[in-house]
Design a protein around this ligand. Sequence first.
Ligand code: SAH
Ligand code: TYD
Ligand code: ZN
Length: 408
Amino acid sequence: MSATSRCRVCAGSLAEFFDFGRQPLSDAFVRPDDFADEFFVRLAVGICESCTMVQLMEEIPRDRMFHEDYPYVSSGSAVMRAHFEKLARRLLATELTGEDPFVVELGCNDGVMLKAIADAGVRHLGVEPSGGVAEMAHAKGIRVRKDFFEETTARDILATDGRADVIYAANTLCHIPYIESILRGVTALLAPTGVFVFEDPYFSEIVERTSFDQIYDEHFYFFTVRAVQAMAARFDLELVDVERLPVHGGEVRYTLAHAGARTPTAAVAELLADENKRNLAAMPTLKGFARNVERIRDDLVALLRDLRDDGKRVVGYGATAKSATVTNYCGIGPELVPFVCDTTVAKQGKLTPGSHIPVREPSAFAEPYPDYALLFAWNHAEEIMAKERAFREAGGKWILYVPEVHVV
Ligand code: SAH
Ligand code: TYD
Ligand code: ZN
């Protein structure tokens, strides 16, 4: 238990509830001949005893994670492309109807959401520190500022572009420990009637499904309605809407507005009541989650060992950031899973961080099909299983470990 860690939102004391031990940076894929200087951190998670925000116990310097070679590309999933296009159309129809509206996106990545905004001719700016993906967005005709968003960035944008009607962040706010600077920036940049909309993995869903692989270096915060509501109030903002999303294993889209500017919807109180009913912030609940994580680790390792001893071939599917937690925490390496296939060109030919499983192109999956595929990208199960129908037809089976280890 780390006695020195303090809540990054309210400075309350943190009660640690799970320690994954020494973990690598989840997106730091390594060259086969060059992994001597891999960077490891203690990955442990705790809850603030004051504001209930769930967060990592250790903070990782941001430049180590988000840089020119950051490999994650948002457009890799057709389901996610459709998800972001739908959201863009909704924002255009409901929030961006005034004269010369302006949208700012934090962590726009390759421009998957802003493309639809740009195509509609609406004024926008993507703020994206990772150079490779920022360049992809730029190549799509999107206006990008290669930078970390924080208070100074917000004030700078305010000076050049004026106030934003919408500030949007998907799977990005939870990545940012210095959230007080972000929220001060949002408060300064947001138009009086504007909205700050962000969507991230929902902690209630992580506990419910024991999706412990959502916990890795980049995911610093695990939001709940209760903690987000308390956090918003500290910055003169107010949580005015919540919406559950099926993507990435279960997320919530939160809408904040300036305090008093909008009437909160019934959905906020309903989801808050659900969290209370589940005792989500109580230590026994969190300890129960910890026991479930250990059980899944034991079951998964036992299954993979049995399959190996039976002479079965198992390959990994999807070199996700999440899989770094699974492989390193469970001690799964190339002796159990000889390779993992992934569509991301920047990951292919490299080894998974820490666990050193070779990453290969998707065509390697069928050459020939393995007996079992361990689905690390389980959040894209429907899309991937549809795409790989021939694998099942050839007798192949999928191994999943959420919400428990099972074979389909
Ligand atoms: N919005 C995309 C990308 C999520 S990955 C999606 O949902 O698929 C998280 C992104 O946040 C990365 O591209 C990373 O470079 C970016 N990021 C990290 N810190 C940031 C900051 N302070 N401001 C803006 N973007 C940031
Ligand atoms: P994702 O689960 O979106 O995120 P994270 O890395 O944050 O855990 O990552 C999906 C990974 O799976 C990504 O590397 C691309 C890969 N992928 C495939 O190889 N094939 C597919 O059909 C899809 C949808 C993803
Ligand atoms: Zn706190």
